[in-house]
Design a protein around this ligand. Structure first.
Ligand code: ADP
Length: 190
């Protein structure tokens, strides 16, 4: 069982890299951002509730996010492990994740942080806006807010898991970043 947190600022490439790691290590990729967008698209009550926060670049309240995450984990108990992408994003979410994994006899094994400078992040998100159709990518003010929220509420999660955390340089080709991540994952996967 491997429980990996893929961490980093918005636009750091977590989703893209997770897709490749999933194939390589047979893990289940759980992205809270994707789960919210799925609910938005399908007009569920959860989607409607989350929309007001997402469109402003704010975090969806912990209670909603934690319940959604827990449900996804419990629906998929027979996997080799999980890649958590975009979760946990607050200390309360980290504590909830620890409790959830502990109740299944597990724990977070590794946090890999994709290290990407702010200027590069802003550029990537503006470029993604051209194709993603994501409202929260369109407006520079909303992007700025997401970066502020990341620094204030989410970065502390890195410190919370410091003993299990490794920073990986997130700039370069997709393959270069992938091999830096795999190198770290191989150390614990053996
Ligand atoms: P990105 O990492 O590119 O900002 P995500 O797809 O991970 O985008 O998330 C999009 C939005 O969904 C976030 O800005 C936030 O509003 C909401 N969201 C995703 N994950 C969480 C979470 N763990 N806690 C609270 N809100 C979340």
């Amino acid at each position: 069982m491997i429980n990996l947190i893929l961490f980093g600022p918005p636009g750091s490439g977590k989703g893209t890299q997770a897709d490749t790691l999933v194939e390589r290590y047979g893990l289940l990729h759980i992205s809270t951002g994707d789960l919210f967008r799925y609910n938005l698209k399908n007009n569920t009550p959860l989607g409607a509730e989350a929309k007001t926060y997402i469109d402003k670049g704010e975090l969806v309240p912990d209670s909603i996010t934690i319940n959604m995450l827990r449900q996804k984990v419990e629906e998929n108990p027979d996997v080799k492990g999980y890649i958590f992408d975009g979760f946990p994003r607050t200390i309360a979410q980290s504590e909830a994740l620890d409790q959830l994994l502990e109740s299944h006899g597990g724990a977070v094994d590794l946090l890999l942080m994709l290290d990407v400078p702010d200027a590069e992040i802003t550029q990537r998100l503006m470029k993604r806006a051209e194709t993603s159709g994501r409202k929260d990518d369109q407006d520079p003010e909303i992007i700025k807010n997401r970066l502020v929220v990341y620094k204030e509420e989410t970065y502390p999660v890195f410190e919370y898991y410091l003993a299990k955390a490794v920073k990986v340089w997130g700039v370069g080709t997709l393959a270069a970043v992938q091999s830096r991540l795999s190198l770290e994952l191989d150390r614990i996967a053996e």
